[in-house]
Design a protein around this ligand. Structure first.
Ligand code: COA
Length: 146
């Protein structure tokens, strides 16, 4: 059974491994910082071991999804959906008005996930990410929570 809940310091090793399966853009120190104020750092667990994580940031008005990743072997099992639903639920409970996120325009699986959860397109940042073969655009997406 897959359960979602707050990340714990002991989860760091698994989280760093999952990050390597994704875009590997955050350092260990960045995850350690996120764990200090861990309320918006969610993990999905199976047999108590993290298999995915989501990190949000709440500014008192809106929530931003900073990070979302699922280990390769656990993809397409609804793990990211479960994490996002939990984050959106928390956001609503805290009174957030909107959940924002930014995604690489070439990341079809993530865009399909967000569209399925009724995120809409709100903006485009041209040539925002540097890639091995040039640049790619960033899509800005958002979902109203009220
Ligand atoms: C994007 C990611 C988080 C999806 O996680 P996941 O647990 O596999 O997603 P889910 O199983 O909850 O899938 C939910 C929906 O996402 C979409 N989706 C997921 N994987 C997909 C794929 N390979 N191709 C197309 N759509 C996909 C589908 O719409 C799917 O709904 P469906 O099962 O009804 O078809 C995962 O692939 C990942 O960790 N990727 C690397 C990190 C990353 O890109 N993070 C997002 C940064 S913005």
């Amino acid at each position: 059974m897959i359960e979602t809940g707050p990340a714990q310091p002991d989860d760091l090793g698994d989280i760093l491994r999952i990050e390597q399966d994704g875009d590997a853009s955050w350092s260990k120190a960045a995850f350690e910082d996120a764990l200090v104020d861990g309320e918006w750092f969610l993990v999905a667990r199976e047999n108590r071991r993290p298999i995915g994580f989501a990190i949000g940031r709440f500014d008192g008005f809106d929530v931003e999804l900073l990070k979302l990743s699922v280990s390769v072997v656990n993809r397409n099992r609804g793990v990211a959906t479960a994490l996002l639903l939990e984050l959106l639920n928390m956001s609503k409970q805290k009174g957030a008005g909107v959940c924002h996120l930014e995604v690489d325009a070439r990341n079809e699986s993530a865009i399909s996930l967000y569209r399925g959860l009724k995120f809409g397109l709100t903006g485009l940042r041209k040539a925002y990410y540097r890639t091995s073969d040039g640049f790619s655009d960033a899509l800005l997406m958002a979902k109203d929570l009220k």
